[in-house]
Write a protein that binds this ligand. Structure first.
Ligand code: PMP
Length: 457
């Protein structure tokens, strides 16, 4: 294709996008006035657009890519599965691919988590966790345990149950009349402590606040739901060490289930296969999606213990069945991709290789801490948030309408990297497959973009 054909094709696509698409989490009035970046193909950790420009995939195509794009082993696994069957249902039937995938998942989750319930998105995995926890207590005769505790700043997806749990005002407040009540406890956000305390002198006072909710609602809490180690969508809010362990103890003391949402943190993202491992915690329910297929196809799983599973067993007539299921649950193509991705994590010793990459990224980001408009750098594994501030001393935020984070990502694009901000937080979520040198390149682009943009704001 010559340059003129390339340009003409881009323009046709742009026009059709502007005519027919409604992009998620996007102010479409702005979108319609902007030149879209149209991804056309990819190779390894690099995306290519319709104009032939190449960019490092700095946010793993929305936090899900693991081994890079067009991985021969995953491509082949999907092709082999295509030669058998693309989709068959798990309602009343089993399938080879879903069985092998469930087995692969059970082998990598913390010990004690044995039962895999498939769905197709992070949000559905969380809805399932909610209903599973609720019904579990009902079936055990604990009819009063109907309430949920979650954290402010939490994000669990965009369906109504997940939004009820969510604690991000900007996204969730408009839907308030549609939501069920959830007890929201203060978030462990050390840089802007909601209790105005300082770690570690605080003795983790925010954890005491969660405990206070449990005490006030004694015998009524079905489950505590949280993103372990790092709350993602609120701006990469890293928890102090020991926090998840405290939450586990608290749930045990109060007879509630602990639901850990590892949709973002799972599959190596924070340096261990699952983030809860860093806290020596086994939740009662663990949700996963995003990285499960290596970032190839929509698949999610809600994984639980035999104890929860057994609550649902009984004679047909007792109606203890879990009445929940999605058409594409356990889709064979997605399951084949997931099994291949999990195999690659093992064969390529991906987790074992992470410490050196994590250290390289930390070193490359260290200069950010001296930058005039960087307030905080939060990193857990290859999950990073760089919080921009107008004033370092007072931690004054840039106004929402200024779109400081967005401007940085536009500058990064000009320099050859795709980033996506969360408000004033610049996020780096590179594929685990990035080499140390690529991670350094990505960090360099991020910091140079921050420097340039903040100097002009
Ligand atoms: N839980 C967490 C922790 C997430 O980060 C996300 C997505 N960012 C979700 C749930 C929702 O996942 P999905 O977009 O696949 O519904």
């Amino acid at each position: 294709m010559d340059e003129a054909e390339r340009r003409a094709r881009h323009e046709r696509l742009r026009e059709a996008d502007h005519r027919h698409l409604w992009h998620p989490f996007t102010q479409m009035q702005d979108w319609l006035g902007e030149e879209p970046l149209i991804v056309d193909s990819a190779d390894g950790v690099t995306l290519q657009d319709t104009l032939g420009n190449r960019y490092l995939d700095g946010v793993s195509s929305l936090w899900c890519n693991v081994h890079g794009h067009r991985v021969p082993e995953i491509d082949e696994a999907i092709r082999v599965q295509l030669g058998k069957v693309a989709h068959s249902t798990l309602l009343g039937l089993a399938s080879t691919a879903s069985i092998e995938c469930a087995q692969a998942i059970a082998a990598v989750v913390p010990r004690g988590l044995t039962r895999v319930f498939f769905s197709d998105a992070g949000a559905t995995a969380v809805e399932i966790a909610l209903k599973m926890a609720f019904q579990h207590h009902q079936l055990r005769g604990d009819a009063e345990r109907t309430e949920f505790v979650a954290l402010r700043g939490g994000y669990h997806g965009d369906t109504i149950g997940a939004v009820s749990l969510g604690g991000i005002d900007l996204f969730h407040r408009i839907f308030k009349p549609l939501l069920f009540g959830v007890h929201h406890a203060p978030q462990p956000y050390c840089y802007r402590c909601p209790l105005a305390k300082t770690w570690p002198d605080c003795g983790m006072a925010c954890a005491d606040e969660v405990e206070r909710v449990f005490e006030a609602r004694r015998g009524k809490i079905a489950a505590l739901v949280l993103e372990p180690v790092m709350q993602g969508a609120d701006g990469m809010i890293a928890q102090p060490p020991g926090y998840v362990r405290r939450m586990r103890e608290l749930c045990d003391r109060h007879g509630a289930l602990l639901v850990c949402d590892e949709v973002a943190t799972g599959f190596g993202r924070t340096g261990t296969m699952f983030a809860v491992e860093q806290e020596g915690v086994v939740p009662d329910i663990l949700t996963m999606a995003k990285g499960i297929t290596g970032g190839y196809l929509p698949l999610a799983a809600t994984v639980t213990t035999e104890r929860v599973f057994e609550s649902f067993l009984g004679p047909f007539s007792e109606q203890r069945t879990f009445f929940h299921g999605h058409t594409y649950a356990g889709n064979p193509l997605a399951c084949a991709a997931a099994a291949a991705s999990i195999r690659l994590l093992r064969d390529r010793k991906v987790i074992e290789g992470l410490p050196a990459k994590i250290a390289a990224l930390s070193r490359a980001l260290a200069p950010a801490l001296r930058m005039e408009h960087v307030g905080d750098v939060r990193q857990r594994g290859l999950m990073v948030g760089i919080e921009l501030v107008r004033d370092r001393a007072t931690k004054e935020e840039y106004p929402y309408a200024l779109r400081a984070g967005h401007r940085v990502t536009l500058e990064a694009r000009r320099r050859g990297a795709i980033l996506r901000p969360l408000g004033n937080v610049v996020v780096l979520m590179p594929p685990l497959a990035m080499t140390a040198a690529e991670l350094e390149g990505l960090a360099g682009i991020a910091l140079a973009s921050i420097e340039k943009v903040t100097a002009s704001l």
